[in-house]
Ligand binder design. Structure first.
Ligand code: 1CP
Length: 336
């Protein structure tokens, strides 16, 4: 069994598996090279041959334990009939949200649009060494809704987001729950072994709505993964001390902590599940010595826990790939 699956399934902490969010991305010159020739980002996600190549790029450079399929959380709104634009500086935007089209999308059409993603998974699985794992992912419903309604700008006022059209949102949550499960199932059938659920904007939910918009939807997806016998890693970014409630209510196989979580607190309060990540990606931009010291701090804190080395968010585009190599090599020296 791969190191990562052994950690997730058996809570074995004799080794520390390592992979990175956004390990395939703009910090790699070989990715930038392909990206320059492919200005349409969504089209690139649906080009299985290039997506496979990009998925494998970091595996060729570093001794990582897992590949994460090159795709995006926004392929889901796209497959549900929405127009998504990846504007260069601002990040993705939804144009003219059409709820009718969204709710009426049929399973067959959804799966036809997403077939290239499943092909990428199949191709990658065939090319990946046996001891490496293949991670699939989805965006949690709340985080997808943030993009559907372009809500990110709203939080500049209060720091949180108030949902006004509650009845409409309920229908959207229900459709997403159903179709995200379908996407998990087909990614698994194609060969994915683990699912990471990104709730990157969970920190923008008002406290009295956490149950409805975060815990219940994530739990439904985690339970589905458990029924399918596939480990789940949740990333409810920005929840602060509510990470503890999240674990109690959702109970995923593993939890990815963000850089605002004190690792000592996490070990004490969240240690009932495997812990992943935490280190601030910003530190990788500073100096090598500091980055390696910080790596050591996380390894030391979690030495008696099942721990997967990763960051508190994705690798930043101006990170030097050399520092990633040094961190991976350091983590791989660990034998407990
Ligand atoms: O070249 C470019 O401009 C593309 C940058 C890029 C990349 C490399 C985007 C646009 N998406 C991706 C790939 C991607 N997205 C992966 C591939 C696998 C890997 O990690 O190596 C994954 C897992 C995602 C997931 C994703 N997309 C999330 C969840 C994780 C997170 O970062 O919080 C989110 C929120 C997105 C939306 C998205 N897509 C792209 C950008 C720039 C963003 C975020 C923008 C924002 O801040 O709102």
């Amino acid at each position: 069994m791969s190191k990562l699956l052994n950690c997730l399934n058996n809570k074995d902490f004799s080794c520390v598996p390592v992979w990175f969010m956004r390990q395939a991305g703009r910090y790699l010159p070989e990715f930038r090279h392909i990206r320059l020739q492919n200005p349409n980002f969504l089209k690139l996600c649906f080009n299985s041959s290039l997506a496979t190549e990009i998925t494998l790029q970091p595996m060729q450079r570093f001794n990582l334990d897992a590949a994460i399929v090159f795709s995006d959380i926004l392929v889901i709104p796209h497959a549900l009939g929405q127009q998504i634009e990846f504007a260069n500086k601002e990040g993705p935007r939804s144009l003219n949200f059409n709820i009718g089209k969204f709710l009426e999308t049929k399973e067959k059409d959804f799966l036809t649009t997403l077939k290239p993603v499943y092909d990428t998974i199949k191709n990658t699985k065939n090319l990946l060494k046996k001891e490496k794992s293949l991670i699939a992912f989805i965006g949690a419903p709340w985080t997808l809704i943030i993009y559907l309604y372009n809500l990110k700008s709203q939080n500049k006022i209060s720091g949180k987001i108030t949902i006004k059209n509650k009845e409409e949102i309920k229908l959207i949550f229900k459709k997403l729950d159903e179709f995200l499960k379908l996407h998990i199932l087909h990614q698994k059938k194609a060969g994915a072994e683990i699912v990471q659920i990104f709730d990157s904007w969970a920190g923008l939910i008002e406290e009295d709505c956490l149950e409805e918009y975060c815990f219940i939807p994530n739990k439904s997806l985690v339970d589905f993964c458990r029924d399918q016998k596939i480990p789940s890693i949740c990333f409810p970014k920005g929840l602060k001390d509510k990470y503890k409630k999240f674990i109690e209510k959702v109970n995923p196989t593993a939890i990815n902590i963000d850089q605002n979580i004190d690792p000592k607190w996490a070990k004490k309060e969240l240690g009932t599940v495997c812990i992943q990540g935490g280190m601030n990606p910003q530190i990788l931009l500073e100096n090598e010595k500091k980055a390696l010291e910080e790596t050591e701090k996380y390894l030391e804190t979690f030495k008696n826990n099942p721990y997967i080395f990763n960051l508190g968010h994705g690798i930043l585009p101006n990170t030097n790939p050399e520092i990633i190599k040094k961190i991976v090599d350091k983590v791989n020296l660990i034998k407990r």
